[in-house]
Design a protein around this ligand. Structure first.
Ligand code: ZN
Ligand code: ZN
Length: 108
């Protein structure tokens, strides 16, 4: 990851704001799968408490669809702002527009 991006990511849990005491922070790629590398290049990453907020807790991003949805929205806004993109630019790069998902249907 580019250094500038790493430095601007807050060293606290995106979800609960804890600083990693007792439950170390882990870096989470906001957009996974095919977009994982793009997430890394664009700095679309956040820190999360490894156990409570990343993997295992009831609101952990890998367990909870609502948390994942909020994080996708956050990540898309972040990327759009930093890259000067609009939603269409984002969709071109990542294949989806997360700000426009009221439910499941995608009208592409
Ligand atoms: Zn993760
Ligand atoms: Zn946390």
């Amino acid at each position: 990851m580019k250094k500038a991006y790493l430095q601007r990511i807050a060293r606290e849990c995106w979800l609960c704001g804890r600083n990693g005491n007792g439950d170390p922070l882990e870096l989470h790629h906001i957009f996974g799968g095919a977009n994982r590398k793009k997430s890394e290049e664009l700095g679309a990453c956040v820190y999360l408490c490894a156990n409570r907020c990343h993997r295992n807790g009831p609101e952990a991003v890998h367990r909870n669809a609502e948390t994942a949805r909020r994080l996708h929205e956050y990540g898309q806004k972040l990327v759009m702002e930093e890259q000067g993109w609009d939603a269409d630019d984002f969709r071109l790069a990542f294949g989806r527009n997360y700000l426009d998902e009221g439910g499941e249907a995608e009208t592409a």
